[in-house]
Design a protein around this ligand. Structure first.
Ligand SMILES: [Zn+2]
Length: 325
């Protein structure tokens, strides 16, 4: 991955209220034909009210991103009683998988892995059965994604939440904190070599990376620190607000990096927030659009979204993305 010299322009200040480029301009509806692909969910601005206390426990946050509230009780169901000693049980499970079949078994690590690999192979066999050869032939020699999508690596954020079948349609880039800086090459590849007309950054509720970045992460491993340093948010900020701000920063950085593409109407840069906890009261699992090419004003976002105007307003938005589908 690129060395630091290639970092995207200066990391933007953590400012949510960034001047929207040429926003007001004209929502000219000229030719409407542009972004057929952005089946965007309703753009509704998240009300920026801290719904929870900052709850930032600095260094430990990254280790338990799910910790705020509803987390999976990972270790609480250890089958102590019936199997007696956990260690003895673990050893036994390692030898022959007597673990549960649900993929979230409560057995030893060995049992968990056995179950998971087995489940994955079974799922794959199923997938192969469900999709005939022509399904695979469509992309056998070439991929033709319509979007480069940058999400957090968080396991709760997956494309099936916002796409029926992302295969060959979403060029997915994942890292902690859904960042441009730490996956710059991959993102540039999507935008400049696969020519996706949409670049989307998706942050999410209770992001562990954001929580960690807003606290003291000096005790974490160096490589992790390195990936947190590029998340530019104030210390102590509420985690969801931090996630929203981080998305805005990513959009801003991307617009600097891909300024030519954005200006000429070849690239739309969208920021969104995946709210799987309903923290912003629009329903559990809602994908909320929070930024369109730098525009973050709720009313303007709603208007842009409604009009399907996802390209830079300055261009008149009629430039149709070339190629692709
Ligand atoms: Zn995250």
């Amino acid at each position: 991955m690129a060395n630091d010299a290639h970092a995207p322009a200066a990391p933007p200040k953590a400012a949510a209220s960034h001047a929207a480029p040429a926003e007001a301009a004209k929502p000219a509806e000229a030719g409407h034909g542009a972004p057929a692909e952005a089946k965007a969910p309703e753009a509704l601005a998240p009300s920026i009210h801290p719904l929870r206390r900052p709850a930032i426990h600095a260094a430990s946050a990254v280790h338990k991103p799910a910790a705020s509230g509803h987390a999976r009780p990972a270790s609480s169901h250890k089958p102590v009683s019936s199997h007696g000693n956990i260690k003895a049980h673990s050893a036994a499970a390692a030898g022959h998988g007597d673990a549960h079949d649900d993929g979230h078994g409560h057995d030893s690590e060995a049992g968990k892995v056995q179950n998971l690999v087995k489940a994955m192979l079974a799922a794959n066999a199923n997938y192969m059965k469900r999709n005939n050869s022509s399904y695979f032939d469509k992309f056998a020699s070439k991929q033709t994604p319509r979007a480069t999508v940058v999400t957090c690596a968080d396991s709760r954020v997956q494309s099936n939440a916002f796409h029926p079948d992302a295969v060959n349609d979403l060029f997915m880039v994942r890292n902690i904190g859904n960042q441009l800086a730490t996956s710059e090459g991959s993102i540039e590849y999507g935008v400049r070599h696969l020519n996706t007309p949409l670049l989307m950054f998706i942050g999410h509720a209770v992001c562990g990376a954001v929580a960690a970045a807003s606290g003291d992460f000096s005790k974490l491993e160096r490589p992790i620190q390195k990936e947190l340093l590029t998340i530019n948010i104030p210390k102590g900020i509420n985690v969801n607000e931090g996630a929203l701000m981080n998305v805005n920063n990513q959009v801003e950085s991307a617009m600097l990096k891909f300024g030519g593409e954005v200006e000429s109407g070849k690239l739309a840069v969208i920021g969104a927030f995946y709210d799987f906890r309903n923290d912003y009261k629009q329903g559990k699992g809602k994908l909320i659009i929070t930024n369109i090419n730098g525009e973050t004003d709720p009313a303007k976002l709603a208007a842009l979204s409604k009009a399907g105007n996802f390209f830079n307003a300055a261009t008149g938005m009629s430039a149709a993305p070339a190629g692709g589908h």
